[in-house]
Each structure stands twice: as structure tokens, then as C-alpha cells.
Design a protein around this ligand. Structure first.
Ligand SMILES: Nc1ncnc2c1ncn2[C@@H]1O[C@H](COP(=O)(O)OP(=O)(O)OP(=O)(O)O)[C@@H](O)[C@H]1O
Ligand SMILES: [Mg+2]
Length: 312
């Protein structure tokens, strides 16, 4: 057995085979309590391994028949952090008015309704965005507080890295930045703002960036914080990509996108300039150079940290 396996390691497909073997070994993991109902219902055949435990949720890789998928288990409300903040809730449509009344009260039923509305928000957003042509994981159902969705993978079939974990060339960074801006425009044309967009919530598969993590997605039309959140999303991404291509720091897409949206002129394929006519501000070259230098330093620090991690 050992010999056969050792020989196989020289096979061209060895990394994938080792990956499968590892997944199989990990596959003996005990089914987490929150996933048991899905196993009982036959929606999930096997829980392969835990991918991440984030601030808001735990993410597992599961097997459903022949397909490997991803199951996101939302933490109970009291263990979650900032994303249920009021700024995100404003303007969310609660379809049923009995529900809306219950949610406004502090009863147990009211809290349960609020909780369900929150969990449904990510599922709704994923369906709406997939429909609008935004690259998001394909949703595959929402059962007992567990979101089943497509597992985004890299070229080797492994779970895809977050942008925070990859190093880009300046050309790649400019290309990805352009694509993310186009996705933000598509999202807003479909009425939504991500609200927590950053290098931690974008994965990289073999075709480029894929946006994830949408429970806090904001309805642009009904939320007074919408403009600010849109600008924050755009700024976060600009700052991230500028680590690799500092020239991106001079772009200003947020205000331009919002101005078009407010005028009712935003289309999914709107052409943008990346410039915006500010009323007062005149470009302060010294300040800009300082910002560019700070971004470069941040990236040097990050690379140093990665090197230290590798050495550990
Ligand atoms: N569909 C997917 N395919 C591959 N990996 C995924 C997928 N969804 C989530 N992940 C992985 O799980 C991690 C956590 O997922 P997500 O960001 O949705 O949850 P979260 O708890 O809100 O995380 P955080 O609070 O850390 O942002 C992601 O950073 C990513 O690495
Ligand atoms: Mg996240």
C-alpha cells in the first residue's frame, strides 16, 4: 500500500491525488451539530473539513453527491459582531407587515424574525447579484440557517485564496481593480451595495475576482448611509490594489458612480472616467506622494510579515 502510494507521488497528477486523499482523511470529521439536519435530509452527504471560522460564520467544505460545495453556518446573533449594525438595516424590505411589526418590538418572536431577515439577506443578495451577472458563488439553498453554495476554487481545485493572500503584478492589480469597479456598478444597477467590500471578501479563482460575504448588503434606494458605504467599498478596494499599482490612488470612482446613480443614469455597462470634478479641492501633490509612500510601506510590511510567517 505504502509503495503504491509513494510511486503515485511521481505521477503528473500527484498534487490533486494528495489533495483528494487529504480531503478523504479529513472527511472522517464528525458532523457539526448545525449541519446535522442537512445530513439527515440528504442535502449533504459528507462534511469534508472546516474551511474558516470568521467573525460572523463558520464555513465548511461538504460533499453533495458528486459535487464539492461550501456550507456557511451563521453564528448565533449574540456571537456576531458589527454587521447587524443599524446602518445596514435601514431600507431593508420586510415583505410581511405582521413580521415588520413584530421586528420592531423587543419580543422573542420579534428577535427571531429579525434574525431570519438577517440570514435571508445574504441569500437574497446572492440570487439577485448572480442574476445581474456579478461574479458571486452560485447559491444552492438555505436550510436551517445554513447557506449552501458553490465552492470557489483555484486552478488546482482547492478553495480559492482571498485577495489578501495573493500578490499581484501592477498590471494584474489594474485589471482586477477595473473589474471590481465594474462589479460595484453592476451591483448598484441591481439596487445593492456590498457594504463590507475589501480584500478579505473577494476571492481569486482562475478567472479573476469573485465577491463573497453579503449578509450586510445594503438596499441603495432606501438607506441614508448608502452613498457613504458605496464610497467606503470603492476606497477599500482602491487602497488594496494600490499596494501593487500606486497610480490607482489618484482614481475617484465612488463619487462618479454615485452621481450617475442619483441622476438615474447608471447602467450596468456605464463607462466611467475615474475622475470626479470636486467643487473646491485642488490636487495637493505633496499629500498624494505621502499617501503613495504610505501604501508602498504597508505593502513592504505585509511582504515582510509573509516572509517571517514562512520562516516560522
Ligand atoms: N463560496 C466560497 N468558496 C470558497 N471559500 C469561501 C466561500 N465562502 C466563504 N469562503 C471562505 O470562508 C471565509 C469566511 O467567509 P465569509 O467572509 O463569507 O464569512 P464571515 O464569517 O463573514 O467572515 P469574516 O467575518 O471574516 O469576513 C472567506 O474568507 C473564504 O476564505
Ligand atoms: Mg468575510
Amino acid at each position: 500500500m505504502t509503495i503504491v502510494f509513494a510511486l503515485d507521488l511521481f505521477h503528473a497528477d500527484a498534487p490533486r491525488m494528495v489533495g483528494t486523499l487529504m480531503a478523504k482523511l479529513k472527511g472522517v470529521m464528525k458532523v457539526p451539530k448545525r449541519l446535522q439536519p442537512l445530513v439527515d435530509d440528504g442535502l449533504v452527504d459528507e462534511v469534508l473539513y472546516q474551511l474558516m471560522s470568521g467573525k460572523e460564520a463558520q464555513v465548511y467544505v461538504v460533499r453533495c453527491g458528486e459535487q464539492v460545495r461550501c456550507a456557511k453556518v451563521f453564528k448565533e446573533a449574540k456571537k456576531r459582531s458589527f454587521k447587524q449594525a443599524v446602518e445596514y438595516q435601514e431600507g431593508r424590505k420586510v415583505r410581511n407587515s405582521r413580521r415588520a411589526r413584530a421586528m420592531s418590538k423587543k419580543t422573542r418572536y420579534g428577535q427571531k424574525e429579525q434574525e431570519d431577515a438577517w440570514l435571508n439577506a445574504e441569500v437574497d443578495a446572492l440570487y439577485r447579484l448572480a442574476e445581474a451577472g456579478v461574479r458571486v458563488p452560485e447559491p444552492m439553498g438555505f436550510v436551517d440557517g445554513v447557506l449552501l453554495m458553490e465552492l470557489i476554487t483555484d486552478a488546482d481545485g482547492k478553495a480559492a485564496p482571498r485577495l489578501d493572500d495573493v500578490t499581484l503584478t501592477p498590471e494584474q492589480a489594474r485589471d482586477y481593480h477595473g473589474r471590481i469597479i465594474a462589479e460595484i456598478v453592476r451591483m448598484l444597477s441591481a439596487g445593492l451595495i456590498h457594504g463590507d467590500l475589501s480584500e478579505f471578501n473577494v476571492l481569486e479563482d482562475s478567472n479573476g475576482p469573485v465577491i463573497i460575504d453579503l449578509p450586510q448588503a445594503v438596499n441603495a434606494a432606501g438607506n441614508n448611509n448608502a452613498e457613504r458605504m458605496l464610497e467606503r467599498d470603492v476606497d477599500n478596494m482602491r487602497r488594496y490594489f494600490a499596494r501593487f499599482a500606486p497610480d490607482l490612488l489618484v482614481t475617484d470612482y465612488g463619487k462618479e458612480i454615485w452621481a450617475l446613480y442619483e441622476r438615474g443614469d447608471l447602467q450596468p455597462d456605464s463607462k466611467l472616467t475615474g475622475c470626479f470634478e470636486h467643487d473646491t479641492a485642488s490636487a495637493d501633490v505633496e499629500e498624494l506622494m505621502a499617501v503613495i509612500e504610505a501604501a508602498k510601506e504597508e505593502e513592504r510590511d505585509r511582504l515582510e510579515r509573509m516572509q517571517l510567517d514562512d520562516e516560522d
